[in-house]
Write a protein of this length. Structure first.
Length: 384
């Protein structure tokens, strides 16, 4: 009943040993050159429209804050610049410490290794384990990240140690051929990301939509970074940034932080990790200074309630034995503008850096002097 005479062609199984003809289909002639040109023009038109969309939004070409960019700066320590001042921390050190102003104040341009949304403790441990690093170290402390151990960008360290030739080439091509020229070439403007954050379906009343952090930074070629001016000048965008931070203030805390005992154990574990790394660095002659940059508004109120200074900052300085610079203790580090409560405007970041750099250098020099005195005393004690 499946036979269709004149339609179904016999197969090789029906005619064993008999070669089968190769089916052929003639392709009609087409103006392939014009088709290719049309496709190229359509691609360029769509890309130009997408670029124009984000330029109208306020974006400008800039460098991507990729793992490759971080690894490029980290590699400087292993290739002859291990005696430099290095900055680690979270986004407040990344945004608020301006390399030009630091260089003007100290005569040295530091290596910027801070990672947004990430505790600096893993980077601190990585530098402690690297004998090539013999310089000076500033460690930024954002309480909610440092003492919780949260590491949004923790994979950057692994990327540095495992980065292969193809990844280095890809980063080089991106940095030199794309990033300086296209405003849309930013993770926040990627089409899948834009589509994902659209409210396609209404949520039930008891649910709320989680919003990821939007674009906040403008990054330079050597990771010299500042707050995007749109956060400062666009009231709607600034309110959006504040509402994203507020998600973390109103929801339940992570399980380890839901009891006083759990918080104490978590804070203590992070401080102990830092203390061990600082001890290794100190033995190698590396001075370490902790810095608590400013915060404001609802973010500061949250930090005061959930991560009190006595249980976090004071504990850190006590157990590490390292000096610390807290913005609350220095008038020159206060009275600055933080549009979305967590990061300084570009202008105030310059002022902050100009005031901060001499304070940090003074603490570095005190540690260097104390180490030299200790070495001289030890030498004198051994001399008969």
């Amino acid at each position: 009943m499946f036979e269709r005479p004149g339609f179904v062609r016999l197969t090789a199984s029906d005619r064993p040993g008999v070669a089968q003809p190769v089916p052929e289909r003639d392709i009609p002639p087409q103006p392939w050159g014009r088709i290719l040109l049309g496709a190229l023009l359509l691609f360029l038109a769509l890309m130009a429209a997408w670029e124009n969309q984000w330029r109208q939004f306020g974006a400008q070409p800039g460098y991507r804050n990729s793992n490759g960019a971080w690894a490029e700066q980290r590699r400087r320590i292993a290739t002859g610049e291990g005696d430099r001042t290095v900055l680690i921390g979270s986004s407040r050190v990344l945004f608020d410490v301006q390399l030009d102003q630091w260089q003007a104040a100290t005569g040295e341009r530091p290596i910027q290794l801070a990672l947004e949304g990430t505790t600096p403790v893993p980077v601190l441990e990585d530098l402690a384990a690297d004998p090539a690093f013999t310089g000076r170290l500033l460690v930024g402390v954002a309480p909610d990240l440092f003492f919780s151990g949260f590491a949004y960008r923790g994979a950057a360290i692994k990327h540095y140690h495992q980065q292969g030739p193809s990844q280095r080439i890809g980063h080089w091509l991106s940095k030199h051929a794309l990033e300086p020229y296209f405003a849309f070439y930013d993770p926040d403007f990627a089409l899948p990301t834009v589509l994902e954050r659209q409210p396609w379906w209404p949520l039930r009343p008891e649910l709320r939509r989680h919003m990821d952090v939007r674009k906040l930074m403008v990054l330079g070629a050597d990771r010299d970074t500042h707050l995007w001016s749109k956060v400062e000048t666009d009231a709607q965008y600034r309110a959006l940034a504040q509402s994203i931070w507020a998600q973390h203030f109103t929801g339940p805390p992570p399980p380890p932080m839901r009891t006083p005992e759990g918080r104490a154990a978590l804070f203590g574990a992070q401080v102990d990790r830092a203390a061990k790394a600082v001890a290794v660095l100190r033995a190698r002659g590396v001075p370490v200074v902790f810095v608590r940059p400013p915060s404001d508004g609802a973010y500061y109120a949250f930090e005061q309630a959930a991560l009190p200074r006595a249980q976090t900052w004071d504990l850190l300085l006590q157990r590490t034995g390292a000096p610390g610079i807290h913005f609350e203790d220095h008038r020159a580090l206060q009275g600055l503008e933080l549009p979305e409560w967590s990061h300084l405007t570009h202008a105030d970041a310059r002022r902050f850096t100009t005031a901060l750099a001499p304070l940090v250098v003074r603490e570095f020099e005190r540690q260097d002097h104390a180490r030299q005195q200790a070495a001289a005393t030890a030498t004198a004690a051994r001399t008969p």
